[in-house]
Design a protein around this ligand. Sequence first.
Ligand code: ATP
Ligand code: MG
Length: 446
Amino acid sequence: MRLSRYFLPVLKETPAEAQIVSHRLMLRAGMIKQASAGIYSWLPLGFKVLQKIEQIVHEEQIRAGHHPMLMPTLQSADLWRESGRYDDYGQEMLRIRDRHDRDMLYTPTAEELITDIFRSYVSSYRDLPLTMYQIQWKFRDEIRPRFGVMRGREFYMKDGYNFDLTKEDALHAYNRHLVSYLRTYERMGLQAIPMRADSGPIGGDDTHEFLVLADTGESEVFYDSEITDLKFGDREIDYDDKGQCQAVLEEFTSRYARTDETHDEALFNEIPEERRRVARGIEVGQIFYFGTKYSEPLGATVQGPDGKSVPVHMGSHGIGVSRLLGAIIEASHDDNGIIWPEGVTPFHCGIVNLKQGDSEADAACEALEKALESNGLEPLYDDREERAGGKFATMDLIGLPWRITVGPRGLAKGVVELTSRRTGESEEMSPEAAVARVAEIYEVNR
Ligand code: ATP
Ligand code: MG
């Protein structure tokens, strides 16, 4: 992509309305524009990152054996009356009336609709286990939308639902989700810690929230510092293997880690003092097991092996896809701007031409652009007639993890400069070596 042709409305001034760094940087980097309170347009750069995050979520869900599908954002109130949540959900639910005076709503979550789909088609235990998910816009009329996409009213969420014959099977689905979430967040360059939490309006017994530690987080969290040493890494998991999923869950949840809702001071004080941590966190996901809470009132039953009809055991599982952009930036930035982890960066590598219009520099940049593209990478080439300082500032602001700088002085020696956004370290090398290095970095991260 050539920057001169791209739509990147970078702001020079710090927007006054943004209270936290991720919101400020997303506005300054031209990623989003507020349309109304808590509702945003996703400009090309922001949309690109949103899609990268969405893609990782899809890949890891499919890896775990879950089926992607899509449900509508506008739903009839009838099903929600059946479950009792039409009245229970309160003012966060946006209620709409259509021209025939029918009550509709903009979906804040989709337990009712998926349960209706299930009960319409599935009647035998032979069709279980079953987990379906969607990545779809949600609306919650938050009383205080703030912090940009972190607490929006309209937001993009992955929501998944499992249907199982027994509690034991449903708990395996729970464990499987916990494991797949660990892997999902790590691929985005994030450490998200599963913490015992409170179930809120979804209801149920078992629930963990995934929290990214950040000073600007809205939740107060309490944990054993040993937990931050745990890495999921690239271990191979057989998601059908109950024992294996259970073992990973135990590994990642056996140390104390709770949000303020479930915090237990006495238990916390049993941890050696030097390992006790009180911090703040951003909730980027949550998993629930809630048994027959929806299947019973909605009549989602199957015939078991003994011929008896039983309500299915269910759970639901959410990832805050749009919130993740804010969370990643909170966890990865410096004074000059965003620092994207390789897994979610909108472009793999920036190319900065120090002397636009110089035929050799232009030709070298174009050759680099082609070579990177033929390695399956997407570079962003800053081909504008602009001072070097301005080009560097833009690249730093938008946070591409790697930058290749090309100028006549280097070219005379046959070299360009490869710079890491994270460390700021630069190295001179031939253009071919720079391409090979960048390709290798992304190969490892694929
Ligand atoms: P919160 O406690 O932050 O209000 P929640 O527990 O009500 O969130 P869930 O129902 O668990 O949210 O939704 C799944 C995920 O969707 C959350 O973990 C969060 O990452 C994201 N999410 C929830 N509400 C919002 C929002 N208003 N804006 C952006 N993302 C949100
Ligand atoms: Mg939650």
